[in-house]
Design a protein around this ligand. Structure first.
Ligand code: DUC
Ligand code: ZN
Ligand code: ZN
Length: 466
């Protein structure tokens, strides 16, 4: 069956152009100047809409075991919410727990996702332990499983933490097999000292989560990761959830030297702050406990991050979607901030929240699409199948209504969370229609997709590999 998206403005990383998009089955087959497409196909009216590639969220954690509980979205609830918000591919993190065989951790992740996803999905692999076995497993995953990126943690000693020697070995392996090392860059052992000291002083409220994770410890770890990667013959390195100006300075300096270093940030760091959210009265701030933490509004973090997105020192915006309910989950940290499960849910809202940056004059339309769709697809080996509207690509397309309006609330969101980190936020713009591999799965506020239609996508190597 052929379908023509007619009358819209196609937006890609090179700009916006009026064009009609022809879909045949699951695939985009042609773009036509307005009025030049052949008669015959079923028409979807895109007049007045931006026609953008389905967004790619390169950082989600469905069902992640963390802090004595599990992230509250399943692959079913989380990918449905993502779809409604205009995201048509997620890359989730399969977990190897310390002591576990990597392939067993991966198999468990397939078990959670298979048959449950509403949109296409891929995996990165978290390495909870770097040793001879897991290094061998890295080759296997790159060569056979379509997993070409591995996340390591410089934080969370005793949970996911890798020491510098382990990190270097994994980077050397990645340099050999072409994989990307993704780094949670915070100095965990130093943070643990600050946390212990704060608790001994009776500082137990959620805001102390942020105060005990100062930007210097993010910048130091970011710098260390960058230099370890240099020692590993410039292994490709991607800093996840970068939140702070000083960490961004490290990335910028490396990129100015032509290094193979990339970074993402997340909507929460672009908009929310230590004082206004994490410092909310009583225990309320627990809703915004995540790591890296929200930063001070009295410093220039948010402006610097927006600038980093414009200059491509920050290449990608992901959500780090890691939702926990307030009741019974965030509440595990009542009286002790260090026991609050770390994470914010937002997989549904990234497309809208970044479009607000366009409305506010902080991002161009082209850069909006690039940071939420095209670059994540290229960064993680999904391009040109995903992240672009061109012949041969999967027909993953969003019609975005710049004249619509979105109000975010727990009353209306679709994530499995009993609160919203964005409660009451109003956005100038709205996801109108979502098409996943040629199938309209959301239109005019009605959802018509289903669990199990999403497929696992094996990824290739990063397009940005030097
Ligand atoms: N950060 C979070 O906020 N949650 C899960 C893991 C992480 O690194
Ligand atoms: Zn992390
Ligand atoms: Zn994460």
């Amino acid at each position: 069956m052929t379908t023509l998206l007619k009358g819209g403005t196609v937006v890609g990383p090179t700009g916006a152009v009026p064009a009609d998009v022809l879909i045949d089955g699951e695939t985009i087959v042609a773009l036509f100047a307005p009025g030049t497409a052949p008669e015959g196909p079923e028409i979807i009216d895109a007049t007045g809409k931006y026609v953008i590639p389905g967004a790619v969220d390169a950082h989600t954690h469905m069902e992640l075991p963390f802090g004595g509980t599990h992230a509250s979205d399943t692959f079913d609830t989380g990918t449905r919410a993502a779809a409604i918000g205009g995201t048509t591919t997620i890359i989730d993190f399969a977990v190897q727990r310390t002591g576990e065989v990597v392939q067993d951790g991966l198999a468990a992740w397939h078990g959670k996702a298979d048959g449950n996803c509403h949109i296409d999905y891929a995996f990165h692999q978290i390495l909870g332990g770097v040793d001879d076995e897991s290094l061998k497993a890295m080759d296997h995953l790159v060569n056979n499983e379509g997993i070409t990126s591995f996340k390591l943690f410089m934080a969370y000693p005793g949970v996911f933490y890798s020491d510098d020697g382990q990190i270097l070995r994994a980077m050397q392996k990645a340099r050999d097999n072409g994989a990307m090392i993704m780094m949670h860059a915070e100095n965990g052992p130093a943070i643990d000292v600050l946390v212990k000291q704060a608790l001994e002083r009776g500082e137990t409220d959620p805001i102390h989560h942020g105060i005990t994770r100062p930007q210097e410890l993010e910048a130091e770890a970011t710098s260390r990761a960058i230099w370890l990667a240099a020692v590993a013959a410039d292994c490709p390195l991607y800093i996840v959830h970068l939140s702070a100006s000083k960490a961004l300075e490290q990335v910028r300096a490396a990129r100015d030297l032509g290094r193979n270093v990339f970074a993402e940030t997340c909507p929460q760091y672009l908009y929310l702050t230590l004082e206004d959210q994490l410092g909310a009265p009583g225990f309320e701030g627990a809703k915004w406990v995540c790591s890296t933490p929200l930063r001070s509004k009295h410093e220039s973090h948010r402006a610097d991050l927006w600038q980093g997105l414009r200059t491509n020192d920050l290449s990608v915006v992901s959500t780090d979607h890691c939702p926990f309910c307030f009741k019974d989950q965030k509440e595990l940290g009542l009286g002790d901030f260090s026991r609050i499960p770390n994470g914010i849910g937002g997989v549904e809202h990234r497309v809208d929240l970044l479009y607000q940056g366009v409305v506010d004059g902080k991002l161009s339309l082209a850069r909006w699409v690039e940071t939420i769709a095209t670059t994540p697809a290229r960064m993680f080996g999904l391009y040109p199948r995903k992240g672009v509207i061109q012949p041969g690509s999967d027909a993953d397309i969003v019609l975005y209504d710049p004249n619509g309006r979105t109000r975010i609330s727990v009353e209306t969101h679709h994530m499995n969370m009993d609160h919203s980190a964005w409660e009451g936020w109003e956005i100038d713009g709205r996801v109108d229609t979502v098409i996943s591999r040629g199938e309209v799965i959301a239109a005019g506020g009605e959802y018509t997709g289903r669990a199990g239609r999403g497929r696992y996508v094996k990824r290739g190597l990063s397009d940005y590999l030097l």
